[in-house]
Design a protein around this ligand. Structure first.
Ligand code: 1PR
Length: 523
């Protein structure tokens, strides 16, 4: 039996699933007494430091947590559960943490994209049973904008490099805590959890003396999901967003099975897009929630879900906010939500006055679940123009001229799965969404989608250069060389593909094998 502290924000389901997959029974903390009587406690913090401490105070957990830590019983903090152990955080000035470790939590100050999202390595600084059977080139999943700075460097169990070296986990007696997410770090992460649970095992020597770790480029498998004409939920794939062939919706497999296959083949993340979510109310579309629940029991890498995340009034007149819709997805196992159509409408409204209301779906979900949990999915289409001043949009010069020899183009945002073009360009949308608090951009391209012709590098460069949050390049991957091209010619952190994986033309293992001698990828 292991006790887990869920204070109500974020995806604790994944931690529970990971522990249960290792044969543990998980007991959730319901009262302060549960903390005091626990023998092993896991604290997976998600969201923001200030709101976490507020909830811990409201539930009267702060005193019991401090007592538990002082008693030196087995403890594992994850992400914010590590940061909570410190005295304070730049994220919430004036708010006191648990103060178990002296030091503070600071925001990253680096030229690299913030949040630090993705897979990175560990420099082991303290021997610990937790590294049993962990290979030295293993990578772990990070997602954070802040990192801990202990006053006493000897508490560091590992460090990691992201622009500079930061402390990525600590160990003080039986208290361990990591900034990375073992529950989302595939096989290696499950091994770390297993080692934590096995309190009888011997300490082992450090595996690495000193090494500079590097963030890995991520390879993401995307599953476009919808019901086919028989009412079955299927993975489909379009050509330039048309998913029908001879009138019927293409059926490329079952969502949970395919997700599991991609996980086993080494996908660094899985994205589900409910491509007709804009039509229906997603909370009525229970199969999608079920897909997430089932997948998160078997797949231990980050899961993103998109489609239909917006405010909604159902047929009985009940009003649901986008935050409530997102909350349901997080509870079912999602780590991030992706907002498509609604992001365009939100940005249009925001750009009229440049005043943040704090009430848009982007702002609300980011406030509660953290910026890293909000991905903006952009569905742009190229529009050629004769001169850079022809339209009031961000226009780029293109080396791929239009049908009438046009040398310039802009990228028009669309909504409702490409069905409706808007008077907004992709670069302006990306910048506006970053200002509103989005943590990542999923950059599709309708012209390239399903064509196997390679990513639209001009679009990707233009958007990536306009924002400082991570960008996922999407649409058009046809061979392994296209991944090398997008990573060498642009600064994107991740590349996503669908068709080549579904049709088994290029398996993920082949992409990784090809890239591994040329750049940092997760093994
Ligand atoms: O607008 O918030 O309800 O979200 C709907 C989501 O569904 C959006 O993220 C939108 O991109 C997606 N979507 C809507 N219609 C389609 C369609 O195909 N008819 N799919 C669609 C978008 C694009 C990619 C695709 C890549 C890679 N799919 O994610 O997987 O282009 O494909 P490839 O490697 O085969 O070229 P909302």
């Amino acid at each position: 039996m292991i006790t887990l502290l869920d204070y109500g924000a974020g995806n604790v389901r994944s931690v529970i699933n990971a522990l249960e997959s290792l044969g543990e029974t998980v007991k959730l903390v319901k009262t302060a007494e549960d903390i005091l009587s626990a023998e092993r406690l896991v604290f997976p913090g998600v969201g923001a430091f200030g709101s976490m401490m507020q909830v811990l105070h409201e539930k009267k957990y702060v005193g019991p947590l401090k007592k538990y830590l002082q008693s030196n019983r087995s403890f594992l903090g994850i992400c914010l559960g590590l940061q909570a152990l410190f005295e304070n955080s730049e994220e919430a000035p004036g708010v006191q943490g648990l103060g178990f470790i002296s030091g503070s939590v600071k925001r990253f100050s680096t030229h690299l994209s913030i949040p630090h999202i993705g897979w990175n390595g560990l420099n082991i600084k303290q021997s610990s049973r937790i590294f049993n059977k962990i290979l030295s080139d293993e990578k772990f999943y990070f997602v954070h904008s802040y990192h801990v700075v202990p006053d006493d460097a000897t508490v560091a169990m590992t460090t990691t490099n992201y622009g500079y070296e930061f402390v990525s986990s600590i160990q003080k007696g039986n208290i361990m805590a990591s900034q990375f997410h073992p529950e989302k770090s595939g096989r290696a992460g499950l091994q770390i959890l297993k080692n934590f649970l096995d309190t009888s095992s011997q300490k082992i020597k450090p595996l690495q003396i000193s090494k500079t770790t590097k963030p890995a480029k991520r390879i993401i498998a995307c599953l476009d999901v919808r019901s086919n004409d028989q009412g079955d939920l299927v993975v489909t794939k379009g050509d330039q967003y048309n998913v029908r062939e001879k009138g019927a919706v293409r059926n490329l497999g079952r969502p949970v099975e395919l997700a599991q296959r991609y996980y086993e083949e080494g996908a660094d993340e899985i994205t589900f897009l409910n491509i007709i979510g804009f039509r229906d109310f997603p909370l009525e579309d229970m199969p999608m929630l079920e897909v997430l629940k089932q997948t998160s029991k078997k797949v231990f890498v980050p899961l993103t879900i998109g489609g239909g995340i917006r405010d909604y009034t159902d047929k009985d007149g009940h009003y649901y906010t986008a935050l409530q819709v997102a909350a349901e997805y997080f509870r079912s196992g999602a780590d991030k939500v992706s907002i498509g159509s609604d992001a365009v409408l939100i940005a249009e409204e925001y750009l009229k006055s440049n005043i943040k209301t704090g009430k848009s779906a982007i702002e609300e979900i980011a406030r509660v679940y953290g910026n890293q949990a909000v991905v903006i999915s952009i569905d742009p289409r190229r529009v050629y123009v004769k001169s850079p001043n022809a339209v009031n949009h961000e226009v780029i010069e293109t080396s791929d001229p239009g049908p009438e020899g046009e040398q310039y183009c802009w990228y028009q945002c669309t909504i409702k799965g490409g069905r409706e073009g808007r008077d907004l360009d992709a670069i302006t949308l990306a910048k506006a969404c970053e200002e509103l608090g989005a943590g990542e951009i999923l950059l599709n391209c309708i012209d390239r989608d399903g064509t196997n012709q390679g990513f639209d590098l001009e679009l990707i460069k233009a958007v990536k250069n306009a924002v400082s949050i991570p960008v996922i390049a999407s649409s058009g991957a046809g061979c392994v060389e296209h991944f090398l091209e997008v990573f060498s010619e642009t600064n994107v952190e991740a590349a996503l593909a669908a068709g080549i994986f579904h049709r088994q033309e290029v398996p993920i293992t082949k992409v990784k094998d090809y890239l591994k001698t040329k750049m940092e990828v997760r093994p």
